[in-house]
Write a protein that binds this ligand. Structure first.
Ligand code: NAX
Length: 326
């Protein structure tokens, strides 16, 4: 066993944490050849609950899990880490304005960005899951100057997985036959799954699914409203599927992308496709296992251009709402 990784998970006593930690400890995120050291960060009040989760981790006797740090101090949690999975954030309460939520979370991600800057390895990679994840990542990235902007990510893989499954059901195709279906923009109701550049069974998606009304309306609505539908049905927000998407995202970044494939994750925009530089924007991405790049040269018709402009507009307004904090 030559490889070993230190990974911090924030909000570790939460729902997603509960679905995520056991899979990381089982080697599903970093591979069966990599020993795992977990650094778990929680609010002081949630530490007793977290101690129960740690007992359960111990009771699984995972051979790869070598140590667990439990703390409410971000400086301890982020000490010498290779990866940070920032899951914990302040939930939106009834009647709360989005701008208010952005500011409350802004303060959390400023503090965590500073703690990353002071403590994490300079090569550390950071995946933000806690919402509003694009803007939370934007804020943390601005604080952590020692860590390259390229190492910050926000999760849109759950949206991609939701989109892929809906297309597979509609087309009567296998999940693995649906390819290149990337999410553009913000992880919010404005995110845009670009089905025009996607494929089903090696053919353009729009040649396989000819029902344009379904693609333009029902498909987009199902994905955009999927989180709300799950809350309505379960009384709780998506957790297992979100944890699964976090595992997919890290694997997508650390394992070379298969030829003819790409995946979705929000990265620091370099201005590609006319998106403002520095915004955390979800694009189609490929990885060589170390480094990633945005797929270039895709074309967008009027419908896609309108949707991409809309999601960028939302991200710019989120950025403006937190500007004074930075
Ligand atoms: P829970 O409320 O179950 O858990 C959140 C945990 O974070 C709590 O235990 C809380 O004590 C902790 N926490 C809050 N502030 C913290 C801080 N400053 N430091 C450390 N821990 C802190 O929420 P859960 O269902 O696990 O969801 C977590 C986040 O993921 C939410 O923001 C949620 O909106 C977001 N999601 C993001 C998704 C995505 O695709 N990007 C999808 C799923 C999910 O909605």
């Amino acid at each position: 066993m030559s490889k070993s990784i230190k990974v911090a998970v924030t909000g570790a006593a939460g729902q997603i944490g509960y679905a995520l930690l056991f899979r990381i400890a089982a080697g599903e995120m970093f591979g069966k050849d990599t020993e795992v050291h977990l650094h778990l960060l929680e609010l002081e009040a949630a530490l007793p609950a977290l101690s129960g989760v740690v007992m359960e981790l111990q009771d699984c006797a995972f051979p790869l899990l070598k140590s667990v740090v439990v703390t409410s101090d971000a400086n301890v949690a982020f000490k010498d880490i290779d990866w940070a999975l920032l899951v914990g954030s302040f939930p939106r309460k009834a009647g709360m304005e989005r701008a208010e939520l952005l500011k409350i979370n802004g303060k959390i991600f400023i503090a965590q960005g500073k703690a990353l800057d002071a403590n994490a390895k300079p090569t550390c990679k950071v995946l933000v899951v806690g919402n509003p994840c694009n803007t939370n990542a934007f804020i943390a990235k601005a604080q952590a100057k020692r860590i390259p902007a390229k190492n910050f990510f926000a999760m849109t893989m759950l949206d991609q997985n939701r989109a892929v499954t809906q297309v597979a059901i509609k087309a009567g195709a296998a999940i693995e036959d649906v390819k290149k279906l990337a999410i553009w923009g913000n992880h919010s109701a404005t995110m845009y799954p670009d089905y025009f550049n996607a494929e089903v069974g090696g053919r353009p998606l729009t040649q396989v699914i000819k029902d344009e009304a379904w693609l333009q309306k029902d498909f987009l609505e199902v994905i955009q409203q999927r989180g709300a539908a799950i809350i309505k049905a379960r009384g709780l927000s998506s957790a297992a599927s979100a944890a699964n998407a976090a595992i997919d995202t890290v694997k997508n970044l650390i394992v070379p992308t298969k030829p003819g494939q790409w995946f979705s994750v929000a990265v620091c925009s370099d201005g590609s496709y006319g998106i403002e530089k520095g915004l955390m924007f979800s694009y189609p991405i490929v990885s060589d296992g170390q480094d990633w790049k945005i797929i270039s040269g895709l074309t967008h018709g009027a419908f896609s251009q309108e949707k991409i402009a809309l999601t960028q507009k939302e991200l710019l307004s989120e950025r403006d709402a937190v500007k004074e904090l930075l």
